[in-house]
Design a protein around this ligand. Structure first.
Ligand code: FAD
Length: 374
C-alpha cells in the first residue's frame, strides 16, 4: 500500500455526495493504509499519550479534577497534539485534516478527556483561527496552542439548541463605540468550568447604539454576532456543573451574562455574521467527532473482547459461544466501515484543500462544505 498523504486528486469521483451514485475503486479512496510515516508517528504518539498518561488518571478526570485535566492538556500541547489546526506563525503545526482526525481518534481512549480536548482544539480554538483578526490571533492562539488557555464555545441557550438562531442573548454597543454590553444566558457549555476564553454568540444590531438606533442609521435588525469573552470579564460568570450520566469528567455549565462588558476589539468577525461562524465551526467539528467516536468504539470493542476471553460461563470463556462471537464480529465490521468512511471523507477534504491558502477561510469552508453529505 502507498504511504503518501492524500493520494487523491479532486476528480469527479471526489465531488461531494458522489459516493451515492458513482462507484470508486480502492485506489481512488484514502484509507488508513495510506497514512504517511509522519501521520503514523503522530497516531502512535497520541495513542501512547492516551494509554500512558490519560488512562491512569481516569478516576481523577471523572471526578472533575480540572487541575489534572489542565495538566494533561498542557502535556498534550508539549507533544504538539493541541496545535495541529493552528497556523505556524501562532505557534501551531498547521497540518492536514487527516492528521487532525488521527489525533482525535487516538485521544478518544478516555471519553471525558476526549470531549474536553476536542472542544478545546475544535470549537474552542477554531473560531479564532478562522475568523480572528491578526491581533486576536496573536493574543490568544499561542496560549491555546500551549494549553495555557482552554477554549470554549457558547451558542446554545435554554430556549435555543437546534434552533440556535433563536438566541435571546443580546449585545449592545455603547454610544462611544468602545464596549459591547452582553445580557443573557448560555446553557450546556463544554469546558465552561475551566475555560479561559469563550466564543459567545449574541444578537446584535449593526450600527446600533445604546438606544437601539445607530448614529449612522445602521441596520436595526438584531442578528447573531460572535464575541470573544475572557474569564474574569466584568458581568460574566459560570453557573453550576451539570452532572451527567456519561462523560462525567467533562465540564458542562451555563454562562451568565449580566451587563457583561466586552471590549469592542473582542468582536469576532462582523456584526450580524455570527451565524457563519457558528455553523461553519460546527461543520468542521463533525468529521473529527466521527473520528473520535470511532476511536472510542475501538476502545470499547477491545474492552469487550478482553472481557469475553476472561469471563467464563458453563465452564468455558464466553468468547467461545457463537452468539458472543457474532456480536464481536458485528462490532468489528461496524468499526471497520466507520473507519473507512471517516478517512475516505477526510482524505477527500484534504485533497480538495490542496493549494488553498491557509488564511483563505471562505474558500476552505466552501470546499469542506462540499462533503457535508459524507
Ligand atoms: C454534553 C453536552 C455538551 C454540550 N456542549 C455544548 C457547547 O460546548 N456549546 C454549545 O453551544 N452547546 C453545547 N451543547 C448543547 C447542544 O448543542 C444542544 O443540546 C443541541 O444543539 C440540541 O439542542 P437541545 O438540547 O435544546 O434540543 P432541542 O433543540 O430542543 O431538540 C430536542 C429534540 O428535538 C429534535 N429536533 C429539534 N429540531 C428538529 C427539527 N427541525 N426536525 C426534527 N427534529 C428536531 C432534536 O433532534 C432532539 O431530538 C451541549 C450539550 C450537551 C448535552
Amino acid at each position: 500500500m502507498a504511504t503518501m498523504t492524500a493520494p487523491l486528486t479532486p476528480t469527479k469521483h471526489a465531488v461531494g455526495g458522489a459516493f451515492l451514485v458513482v462507484d470508486a475503486t480502492a485506489a481512488e479512496c484514502f484509507f488508513p493504509e495510506d497514512f504517511s510515516e509522519e501521520q503514523r508517528q503522530i497516531a502512535k504518539t497520541a495513542a501512547e499519550f492516551a494509554t500512558n498518561e490519560i488512562l491512569p488518571v481516569s478516576d481523577a478526570i471523572e471526578a472533575k479534577d480540572f487541575a489534572v485535566t489542565r495538566r494533561l492538556i498542557r502535556e498534550a500541547s508539549a507533544l504538539g497534539l493541541t496545535s495541529v489546526d493552528i497556523p505556524e506563525e501562532y505557534g501551531g503545526l498547521e497540518m492536514d485534516k487527516v492528521t487532525s482526525a488521527i489525533v482525535a481518534e487516538n485521544i478518544a481512549k478516555q471519553g471525558s478527556f476526549s470531549v474536553i480536548f476536542s472542544a478545546h482544539v475544535g470549537i474552542g480554538t477554531l473560531p479564532i483561527v478562522w475568523y480572528g483578526t491578526a491581533a486576536q490571533k496573536q493574543k490568544y492562539l499561542p496560549k491555546l496552542a500551549t494549553g495555557e488557555y482552554v477554549g470554549a464555545y457558547a451558542l446554545s441557550e435554554s430556549t435555543s439548541g437546534s434552533d440556535a438562531l433563536n438566541a435571546r442573548t443580546r449585545a449592545v454597543l455603547d454610544a462611544d463605540g468602545k464596549t459591547y454590553t452582553l445580557n443573557g444566558e448560555k446553557m450546556w457549555i463544554t469546558n465552561a468550568g475551566m475555560a479561559d476564553i469563550f466564543t459567545v454568540f449574541a444578537k446584535c444590531a449593526a450600527g446600533a447604539g445604546k438606544d437601539g438606533a445607530g448614529e449612522d442609521g445602521g441596520d436595526k435588525e438584531e442578528k447573531l454576532t460572535a464575541f470573544l469573552v475572557e474569564k474574569g470579564t466584568p458581568g460574566f460568570s459560570v453557573g453550576h456543573e451539570e452532572h451527567k450520566l456519561g462523560i462525567r469528567g467533562s465540564s458542562t455549565c451555563p454562562l451568565i451574562l449580566a451587563d457583561c462588558r466586552v471590549p469592542a476589539e473582542n468582536l469576532l468577525g462582523e456584526v450580524g455574521k455570527g451565524h457563519r461562524i457558528a455553523f461553519n465551526i460546527l461543520n468542521i467539528g463533525r468529521y473529527k467527532l466521527g473520528a473520535a467516536a470511532m476511536g472510542a468504539a475501538k476502545g470499547a470493542f477491545n474492552h469487550g473482547l478482553q472481557y469475553s476471553k476472561e469471563r467464563r460461563a458453563f465452564d468455558r470463556p464466553i468468547c467461545e459461544f457463537g452468539l458472543v462471537q457474532e456480536m464481536l464480529a458485528d462490532c468489528a465490521a461496524g468499526i471497520f466501515a466507520g473507519e473507512a468512511l471517516c478517512y475516505r471523507t477526510i482524505g477527500m477534504i484534504d485533497a480538495a484543500l490542496k493549494g488553498v491558502a491557509g488564511d483563505d477561510t471562505a474558500e476552505i469552508q466552501k470546499r469542506i462544505e462540499e462533503y457535508a453529505v459524507e
